[in-house]
Design a protein around this ligand. Structure first.
Ligand code: AMP
Length: 428
């Protein structure tokens, strides 16, 4: 299957080639023909499957086909709602990339920054608005824009919207769209409340589910480390000091935890930055940009701050604190192994957290392989059967210096030690 076979027009094919995409992902192959045909859509797809392009490409094409692109002030023709500022910005960037040769103008609007610049962008003319619900409602109340020309409406990460309490805002926004429109709802999971919402919003939708074979879980080499709570920082430091580990997104439960851990890693000479809800929008964006550009190797994040973050080439996700729900686990580790790349996820599990691992394993229908070859290993709880994933790579964990290290003194690793690790490395 090629993008040309999906009837993408020349300007889009040009932009797709420039983006380096050669073949459509499963969700793109499934969704694009229906969206081009004007159908409503209920898509259940995890992040990392290429779902943004699955809706952005056909929307751009339909906008080009259905009338001339004029970029009117105040009256966008497409609206995409996203739960977080970071995701809104990423979706905007995707639209801008794909619409580069079409003249379509996209604006992102989200809270946490002054309204002025967003208002000016809308006044300069806009075709596609990508918004978080709260700021959009503010600007609608100020009559900076209206939804009276919306023809295409996308609700992205609907389950996250639900978790974050945005559904009443979404309903208010939906009620303000006056023209008949094509609606697409995407969600990683489809709990009953999302199905109910979809029934209210969608007209005879095509339902697309990304086949399990293509879910990121299968391309991620997962492992769990049973460890004492007090040893987690030392193990993290050892793992991150291995220079062969390209980059890592580290998840922690609290903002304070993120700050504390970032300081500890920086103290050990590791390029780390934190991203959480107490940081300003520009601090968060700055940290994210530096990480994406490879200027920092490690980003330490809370779940809310990291939602929807798209990092093209992320080698590792580390669960420093185990996630509270299985869905969050799937979401977190789905940041790596995107679009066909390989990735690893490493979960630190203390005695207090073993019930969470159990729940995750039930949810994903597999045992997470236990890695006990590190210097801090605790006996695995009885439920944790050692099990090798069918596609797990065979590279031996014990080839890593940090794993052989004995329980450390809490001193900084010496430069000599780090250098040796670099030579002896083989797998991170
Ligand atoms: P998404 O699921 O929309 O967050 O996309 C995940 C990543 O896959 C993004 O970095 C996209 O740029 C990339 N991507 C989307 N479609 C393709 C494709 N057909 N081929 C290769 N990469 C893609």
């Amino acid at each position: 299957m090629t993008f040309a076979q999906l009837n993408m027009n020349q300007t889009l094919l040009h932009a797709i080639t420039k983006s380096g995409y050669t073949v459509p992902t499963a969700i793109q192959a499934g969704a694009i023909p229906h969206i081009l045909n004007g159908k409503d859509m209920l898509g259940s797809a995890q992040t990392g499957t290429g779902k943004t392009a699955a809706f952005a490409l056909p929307i751009i094409q339909r906008m080009q086909e259905n009338s001339m692109v004029i970029s009117r002030r105040k009256h966008p023709r497409a609206l995409v709602l996203a739960p977080t500022r970071e995701l809104a910005l990423q979706i905007k960037e995707s639209f801008q990339t794909y619409a580069k040769y079409s003249g379509i103008k996209t604006v992102a609007i989200f809270g946490g920054v002054p309204k002025r610049q967003q208002i000016q962008s809308i006044k300069r003319g806009v075709d596609v608005v990508v918004a978080t619900p709260g700021r959009l409602l503010d600007l609608l109340a100020m009559k900076i824009l209206t939804l009276d020309a919306i023809e295409y409406y996308v609700l992205d990460e609907a389950d996250r919207m639900l978790d974050m309490g945005f559904i009443p805002d979404v309903e208010k926004i939906t009620a303000k769209i006056s023209l008949p429109h094509q609606t697409m709802l995407f969600s990683a999971t489809l709990p009953a409340s999302i199905i109910k919402l979809s029934k209210a919003m969608l007209d005879n939708p095509v339902r697309i589910e990304v086949a399990k074979d293509n879910t990121p879980l299968e391309t991620i080499q997962q492992s769990v480390f049973y460890i004492n709570k007090n040893d987690k920082t030392s193990l993290l430091r050892d793992i991150l000091l291995d220079a062969s580990m390209k980059n890592a997104l580290v998840f922690v439960r609290t903002k304070q935890g993120a700050n504390r851990l970032t300081k500890a890693m920086q103290h050990a000479g590791i390029d780390a930055d934190a991203i959480h809800g107490n940081k300003t929008q520009s601090q968060r964006q700055h940290a994210l940009d530096r990480f994406k550009q490879g200027k920092t190797r490690v980003l330490i994040a809370t779940d809310v701050a990291s939602r929807g973050i798209d990092i093209n080439d992320l080698s590792h996700v580390i669960n420093y604190d185990m996630p509270e729900t299985a869905d969050t686990y799937v979401h977190r580790i789905g940041r790596t192994a995107r679009a066909g790349r390989e990735g690893r996820s490493v979960s630190f599990c203390s005695a207090e957290e073993t019930h969470l691992v159990k729940a995750i394993q039930r949810h994903i229908g597999m045992m997470i392989p236990v890695d006990a070859s590190h210097g801090y290993a605790q006996p695995k709880p009885t439920h944790a059967v050692r099990h090798q994933m069918p596609h797990a790579r065979t590279k031996e964990a014990s080839s890593h210096d940090w794993k052989r290290r004995r329980k450390p003194s809490h001193k900084r690793a010496s430069r000599k030690n780090t250098m040796r690790t670099q030579h002896a490395r083989g797998g991170w």
